[in-house]
Design a binder for this molecule. Structure first.
Ligand code: RFL
Ligand code: PHB
Length: 393
């Protein structure tokens, strides 16, 4: 079997890239370790930047997004129960974000892939990348117990943080940068109306909380928890009590409680692996970098990576120019590090750190109070939150 671009992983990075390449007339095959139901079932991102929604429109994937997505012109911060609003649209000259779950994005990507006959190989095992430093790379894998081979011009590793692609770059070439945070997020989904029509990022003495949503009737809430805690320790009642404490009496009086139907704990991490290209291998999305979810940047970063890579490949096949692919790593990393910085900063001002003394707490409170009172500070937050430009050259 032969194709132009072998894409490892059928998450947001891999599937957006597959659609971008198809639009540019480039052949690609996606190799995904799991099945469609599994990938579509993962409850993850909730907030799309304008660059992401624009790409969905450009790829003809936005019919449902335009009907069901919740456009937010603002967001809220809260400090020890006192809420204040950040008018994202007014501060950024009209930019908004859209609440539309990653599960919905995946469904739209897969439905369109089926309609357009984009080749996706499901349940592939033992993916191994070969001859990446030569002109004829190939991917080996097993399907139905049989060893198989895909020859290609390029391999793109879109296989997430736990994938195999990153490790195919020799250790002598690869540099990694990492911060692991001493806490996680416990998240639930419940079919109850959201407490507020926009999100609330809450810093409370007891820890961070986030009020988000998936629709007018489905809420997504998170509370910061210790890393050694177990989901089983958190009954729904305990979760709602803790959430309400952290949101403060005024907001929590409006919280509608209900049975949760999803409850998971996710660790928080900042991580970057450089470079994002080695020979004929390119990395995109979580395979190359992770951000803590506080800034809602993870999936959006995967999208900006593949926009850059899609342009670079179109240049290569269209004009036989290697300028784009040669510049990909530096160009992508410049944007990645800005999102890393923002996500790290937003996490540090909103979370309770175990080693925090009174001085650090006072600084945190002062920083949030400064944001509340300063339009300049709010603009910096807003510009980053709605997303830095995803350049289309
Ligand atoms: P993914 O989604 O991990 O997809 C990788 C795919 O590769 C497959 N795979 C393999 N396939 C073949 N062979 C192998 N050896 C393979 N190994 C792995 C996997 O099965 C999978 O299908 O990476 P991708 O595409 O880079 O996308 C990244 C995003 O999923 C991620 O950044 C976001 O979910 C992060 N995230 C958020 N992002 C946002 O933009 N906004 C948010 O509001 C937001 N909230 C979140 C989040 C992530 C969270 N968790 C649980 C980590 C909230 C949470 C709680
Ligand atoms: C979510 O709705 O899952 C969500 C929203 C905002 C974030 C992270 C997650 O910053």
């Amino acid at each position: 079997m032969r194709t132009q671009v072998a894409i490892i992983g059928g998450g947001p990075a891999g599937m957006f890239l597959a659609h971008l390449l198809r639009q540019a007339g480039i052949d690609a095959v996606v190799l995904e370790r799991r099945d469609r139901a599994y990938v579509e079932g993962r409850v993850r991102a909730g907030v799309l930047e304008q660059g992401t929604t624009a790409l969905m429109r450009r790829l003809g994937l936005a019919a449902r997004l335009d009907r069901e997505g919740l456009v937010h012109g603002g967001t809220n911060l809260s400090i020890d129960g006192a809420l204040f609003h950040i008018d994202l649209a007014a501060l950024t000259g009209g930019s908004t974000v859209t609440v539309y779950g990653q599960q919905e994005v995946m469904r739209d990507l897969f439905d369109a892939a089926e309609a357009r006959d984009l080749p996706i190989l499901w349940n592939v095992g033992d993916v191994a990348l070969h001859d990446l430093d030569g002109a004829r790379p190939w991917v080996g894998w097993t399907g139905d117990g049989v060893a198989r081979r895909l020859d290609c011009d390029f391999v793109v590793g879109c296989d997430g943080y736990h994938g195999v692609s990153r490790a195919a770059i020799p250790a002598a070439v690869r540099q990694t940068f990492e911060r692991v945070y001493p806490f996680g997020w416990l998240g639930i989904l419940a079919d109850v109306p959201p407490v507020e029509h926009e999100l609330i990022y809450a810093n409370h003495e007891r820890g961070f909380a986030l009020a988000s949503m998936r629709s007018a009737t489905r809420s997504r809430y998170y509370v910061q928890c210790a890393l050694d805690e177990k989901v089983a320790d958190w009954s729904d009642e305990r979760f709602w009590d803790e959430l309400c404490l952290r949101l403060g009496p005024e907001v929590s009086a409006r919280v509608t409680r209900g049975a949760s139907f999803e409850k998971t704990i996710a660790p928080l991490r900042s991580f970057v692996s450089e470079p994002m290209r080695w020979g004929r291998l390119f990395l995109a999305g979580d395979a190359a970098h992770i951000v803590p979810p506080t800034g809602a940047k993870g999936m959006n970063l995967a999208v900006s990576d593949v926009i850059m890579l899609g342009e670079a490949m179109a240049e290569y096949y269209g004009e036989r120019s290697t300028t784009g692919i040669d510049g990909y790593s530096a160009r992508a990393l410049a944007r990645v590090w800005k999102a890393e910085r923002f996500s790290w900063w937003f996490t540090t001002i909103t979370h309770r750190f175990p080693d925090m003394d009174v001085f650090s707490r006072r600084l945190q409170v002062a920083e949030l109070d400064y944001i509340r009172g300063s339009e300049a500070a709010q603009r910096v937050l807003a510009e980053n939150y709605v997303g830095l430009p995803m350049e289309v050259r």
